[in-house]
Design a protein around this ligand. Sequence first.
Ligand SMILES: Cc1ncc(COP(=O)(O)O)c(C=O)c1O
Length: 389
Amino acid sequence: MTTATATDLAINGGTPVFDTNVPFMAVGLTKKDIAAANEVLESGMLRAASKCAAFEEQYAAISDAKIGLTCANGTCALQLAYGALLEPGDEVITPAWTYIATVSMLVAAGANVVFCDCLEDSYQADPNDIEAKITPKTKAIAVTHLYGIPVDIDAIQAIADKHGLKVIYDSAQAHLAEYNGKGIGAYGDACTYSFYATKNLGTGEGGMVTVNDEELAKKIGLLRSHGETDKYLHESIGFNYRMNDITGAIGLSKLEDLPGQTNRRREVADLYASRIDAIEGVNRPVPTKGSNPAWHLYTCRLDLDKLSCTRDEFCAALMKEGVPSAVHYPKPLTKQPAFKDIAAKTGPMPVSEKLAASVFCIPIHQNLSDEQVNGVCDALAKVADAFRK
Ligand SMILES: Cc1ncc(COP(=O)(O)O)c(C=O)c1O
């Protein structure tokens, strides 16, 4: 194959790799999901009932957690976990490279946020930087299995054990991810999940907290539903963060298909890895040792020193070849106006800042064929060739 030049690019009038754009994600309901929702609608039992209970049980089991608690969304799941595990004023170490909710809900819980940086190849929270940020006031670590790649759980649990810290894993993007051969629900004090429409298991809105401790589960259950221990008997202050049975039924139906879909995502990731390693200027994600990612997103990063373009110019050219991409995320949280004051106290985050200028996510989902995956790699190679210095 000859090396592509600028004039070969579709953005400059050349022939695109794909006639029709590759779908970026697979969302929507199957007939089976719709039938499951309809059954609940016809029953009239719309509140959280048997479907939510079964979803909790099955989701916890498949994640290697003891107990699952459904809730309204992944943000509520974080609020429930933080609310049950933290006290206002607790110092909590959390990554600058994650979705805002991981950190904004810490602020909402009254925690003192301390940012840590991430590792460049896996994009996950950097255990060395976590350890460097520990003070006598540190009470917890709240980290994300970002893009569905587990963090270095062994390192983080070792730090937590050494310093007596709680650990909350934001697993919103990591359904069915594994670490050292076990589901991620086996680790830490709590794992929180989102079932937002575009997640690997998407019910529209929805969330879950998984835990391995009965007392903690009770506390979360009370926070979820107005501290109610008996009809109109309120032992403590809580919220209404409950799921409903329509969502529970869709979750249960989708959970049946999730292992097969996750396996296909893993095959796609393997194929991407084997091809992208040969493309100079484009780096692929390198999963944490011992992890088996869920591959919610397949996030590559450009080696901008080797290319004569910005990430956005690269992605615009890729789009014209028929390959949509997305940037998760355009800023580290330390550059978000909402965290200006906190960021000023914790200093620069060089890796997160570098990633914000260089990452882009390419399509990954269960409906991609090998031919499409190879085509995406052809398009990446073509654009990289044309922009290589
Ligand atoms: C890492 C992470 N945490 C938390 C959330 C919040 O979940 P939800 O949108 O269901 O509130 C998301 C959702 O995008 C997420 O990706």
